[in-house]
Design a protein around this ligand. Structure first.
Ligand SMILES: Cc1cc2nc3c(=O)[nH]c(=O)nc-3n(C[C@H](O)[C@H](O)[C@H](O)COP(=O)(O)OP(=O)(O)OC[C@H]3O[C@@H](n4cnc5c(N)ncnc54)[C@H](O)[C@@H]3O)c2cc1C
Length: 229
């Protein structure tokens, strides 16, 4: 494959863990609104308040960013035009390898859009694992479908594509992502409102992968630094 793919080792979240090591990160804290006082105040869903923020940067999927950013945010209308589509992911684990000769494959005209041999990533251990992503259309139609039915359907489709029966996998799990991809795949410059001191970035600005998430945040940080924000 000509296009390089970057992989976190030993897991994808190692990249975020490394970048966050000197930061004050609050987990399991859903922010439900922003308040403009002298500085910005964040309020979480329990009603707890976090005060005195000079600026607020949203790194949430576009529709979730819009739930927080006020309509007067300079880029509100443009972000509103960005539609995000879902993805259902099936993870399969096998104690014995399947004889597949690829690391990852794009699939077209199917309820499956991508199959990756996750265990081929460096440092993943001996268990043979496949990561199967549904098409956006399948995800949109099946968010509320019974999970076992979804697993059975995606296993059946995967078996047909690979020519190997995967229904006998030792481990099967499925997870739905409501906002996985920016549907138009357009790219966007950083969304900064220097007057309000609000900004937004995320992988949806730049390609839908960790590379996009990182570069979008880097572009935004450079734009803010340039202005001295
Ligand atoms: C199944 C799946 C597999 C993937 N595999 C790969 C891969 O192998 N390689 C790759 O490069 N990319 C992969 N991606 C894409 C990659 O995960 C994304 O590009 C990346 O996570 C985007 O990072 P982000 O910081 O922009 O947004 P996100 O990772 O979406 O982070 C946004 C965070 O904001 C939180 N949040 C939302 N609303 C609020 C709120 N109101 N208050 C507080 N927090 C909030 C969310 O819970 C979430 O944790 C995959 C995506 C999916 C769905």
């Amino acid at each position: 494959m000509d296009e390089p793919r970057y992989v976190g080792v030993p897991g994808m979240n190692s990249i975020a863990r490394h970048l966050a090591q000197d930061l004050d990160v609050r987990l399991n804290t859903k922010i439900s609104s922003l308040n403009q006082l002298e500085k910005w105040q964040l309020i979480d869903e329990q009603g707890l308040r976090y005060d005195n923020f000079e600026s607020v940067i949203s790194a949430l999927p576009a529709p979730q960013a819009l739930m927080l950013l006020p309509e007067k945010f300079a880029h509100h209308a443009e972000i509103k035009t960005i539609e995000m589509r879902g993805c259902v992911s099936l993870m399969l684990g096998f104690s014995k390898r399947l004889p597949l000769e690829f690391d990852a494959a794009h699939i077209t005209h199917s309820d499956i859009s991508w199959i990756a041999v996750n265990s081929n990533k460096p440092g993943r251990g001996d268990f043979f694992t496949l990561m199967v992503h549904s098409s956006e259309a399948y995800a949109e139609e099946n968010f509320t479908t019974d999970r076992q039915k979804v697993i059975n359907h995606l296993c059946h489709q995967t078996s047909q594509i690979l020519g190997h029966d995967v229904s006998n996998a030792d481990f099967k799990t499925v997870h739905s992502w409501r906002y996985a991809n920016n549907s138009n795949r357009d790219t966007y410059p950083p969304f900064a409102d220097h007057d309000l001191k609000l900004a937004a970035c995320g992988d949806w600005c730049l390609g839908g992968r960790v590379e996009g998430a990182f570069t979008s945040a880097l572009n935004l940080a450079e734009a803010l630094n340039k202005r001295g924000d």
